[in-house]
Ligand binder design. Structure first.
Ligand code: SF4
Length: 416
């Protein structure tokens, strides 16, 4: 295996034996293969689109595959093999549609190779051997570090965008131009490109990512209203409990609906914290506050949490035995041996929460204020500008992104 896609990477150069995140070598190569097959889908989908053929399965698959391979999402190699198998089916279907469109329009079809026609072996060992051939480490020698680094930069940019596009899609918000770009960029990555061309595409990925974030913002605020400044409790209260991590708002909403009237308190964790400021979510009185700190503190915090734990999006770390019987994954998140929730059926999460002790008493009250999203800030823009003009505001601090797990990466915490 070789992976250097995140800041946790071993020695700052690459995980080559086992992922610092907990990713094992088989999972790592299967993720590489999933991206390879997705490129094959995009090669056909990109060309089919030019002939007016749009395949929603291909669009969603590529976005989900990119999202699946982000750090701390899917650690289950068996699940990844199933996804790859499904990806080959999706690829062959869009290829067929492309060929039919060519025939209908009297166009000579392009002959494609590589991921566009790769055949998946039946035998799992053979799949692993095929997957290992795609190692980034080999590409660092040929075509070299610069080309490979730029190709991977583009890939990781697409992966991040895909997570946002997927969350928007779940809420029913999609944009054909965004799907078209994912295919264009993935198809581009199958070619031999110069540093200049790759650099240009990397910038384009950044530009398109803004459009994707805008789409997700429209999806979140269109569904749950604009976040508003809100006081949030950050200490537990007495009673049964479920903590939700990640940032899939739909998952949280469905859990809130299913736990209504069941005397279970719901807490956010890590990146789920901002959801407490959305009117459509904070209206649930049993969404009582936030538990714990950043994602990297989860093993200690979940160990001490006397309830069920639901992991959405991209924050899971190797679960400790102490809470293995009360942690669940949903969406694209998977960990071998951890029960996976499909179709928002949270009955087993609720059962686990009711079986656990819950908090025995209220902890001393402590609150923070959140909810300063763009709508809240812009609604007082005139006052802020006036305060700057009057000399009452002389300095702005931008807090963007999250702290890292390593010491020294606590800049935002210190500032806040
Ligand atoms: S995703 Fe995991 S395996 Fe890859 S660089 Fe990060 S820590 Fe290492």
């Amino acid at each position: 295996m070789f992976c250097y896609q995140c800041e946790q990477t071993a020695k700052g150069t690459g995980c080559d034996r086992f992922g610092v995140c907990g990713k094992d070598p088989k999972t790592a190569v299967m993720q590489d293969l999933l991206i390879y097959v997705s490129k094959g889908i995009s090669m056909w989908a990109h060309r089919a689109r030019k002939l007016g053929v749009i395949d929603h399965d291909a669009d969603v698959f590529v976005v989900e595959a990119l999202f699946t391979t982000i750090t701390n999402v899917n650690f289950d190699s068996d699940d990844l093999i199933n996804m790859i198998r499904n990806g080959v089916r999706v690829r062959d279907s869009i290829r067929e549609k492309y060929l039919n469109a060519c025939t209908a329009k009297g166009v000579t079809p392009e002959e494609l190779d590589g991921p566009a026609v790769w055949q998946m072996p039946e035998d799992e060992e053979a799949i692993e051997i095929e997957a290992a051939k795609l190692s980034i480490a080999d590409r660092l020698n040929d075509p070299g570090k610069d080309i490979t680094g730029l190709e991977e930069l583009i890939t990781y940019g697409l992966k991040g965008s895909a997570a946002y596009a997927d969350h928007a899609q779940i809420l029913g918000y999609e944009d054909d131009a965004i799907y078209a770009f994912f295919h264009e960029a993935m198809d581009f990555l199958t070619g031999s490109n110069s540093v200049d061309d790759l650099f240009g595409m990397a910038l384009k990925v950044g530009e398109k990512n803004l459009a994707v974030m805008e789409l997700l913002d429209t999806a979140n605020t269109g569904t749950y209203g604009h976040p508003e400044p809100t006081e949030v409790r950050v200490t537990p209260i007495k009673g049964k409990a479920i903590v939700v991590s990640g940032h899939d708002l739909k998952d949280l909403e469905e859990l809130l609906k299913q736990t209504e009237g069941k005397d279970i308190n719901i807490y956010t964790h890590g990146e789920m914290l901002p959801t407490l400021a959305y009117p459509g979510l904070k209206k649930y009185s049993h969404l009582v506050g936030n538990y714990g700190g950043a994602w990297q503190d989860q093993q200690k915090e979940f160990d001490a949490f006397p309830g069920a734990i639901l992991m959405t999006t991209n924050c899971i770390q190797k679960p400790k035995d102490s809470y293995m019987d009360r942690i669940f994954t949903t969406g694209l998140v998977q960990w071998p041996g951890v029960p996976h929730i499909d179709d928002h059926d949270y009955s087993s999460v609720i059962e686990a929460a009711l079986a656990a002790d819950g908090f025995a008493e209220d902890a001393p009250l402590k609150k923070i204020i959140i909810g300063f999203a763009h709508n809240a800030v812009l609604s007082v823009a005139d006052k802020v500008i006036q305060a700057v003009k009057d000399g009452d505001i002389r300095h702005f601090f931008l807090v963007g992104g999250c702290d890292g797990a390593k010491s020294g990466r606590n800049y935002f915490t210190e500032i806040a």
